[in-house]
Design a protein. Sequence first.
Length: 259
Amino acid sequence: MPGFIIDLDGTMYAGKDPVPGAGDFIRELRGRGLPYLFLTNNSSKHPDQVARHLADMTGLEVDGREVLTSAMAAARYIAERSPGSRVFPVGEEGLKQALQDAGLQMTEEEQPDYVVQGIDREFTYRKLEQAVRFIRGGSLFIQTNPDHLLPTDGKLIPGAGSIAAAIRTASEAEPVVIGKPSPIILRYGIEQLGLPASDIWVIGDNLRTDIAGGAAAGCRTVLPLTGLATPDNVDSLIREYGITPDVICSTLPDLLNHF
């Protein structure tokens, strides 16, 4: 029986706009009893908020337990290695909530054990200064995801990877990256589905994160041409990155023809 790890932004929706056919695809998976998990590199929202946004976009009833975010994965990664440790977050409410839920202690003044960075649309020079000082002072640097750009409302905006580039340059330290294409978040997703990696299809619009990560994790991969990858640029992206998905489809319902 196949299972599915499904990206959100650019795959199920693009900003405030639903991707045509995405809701129908999930309804069909449910009708066939096929397991799936929504997995997103976005660290800004709590899984229940992600579920509500997805429900608004698709008309589906979505449970937060069907969602795994890079913030949740980062918090789990730290808590498994250093329970109750101190962390300095550079991010939004989704990241801070995930850290609290994992029993970690947030601090802004004392030297933390970890600096954890995600998307932060209120990022300031002060936060950059603090993060760099802490990392140079011995804190481990955790990056929720490497996405340089995000598709939003028909345009691309800077992502968490753009902020990380500034911290990485000034601190002269390489982070542990949690989100796709890292095997860390994909390992958690595979574990949650409870299936062999070879039985799981990773679906996402980004060759560098979704497709590369899925392939590295031993999963099969599907590239829908609904977000960063489009009919106009897909061939050039494949040549540029040297990454070829197992399946390319115009819309998610087209994928159902393969099962």
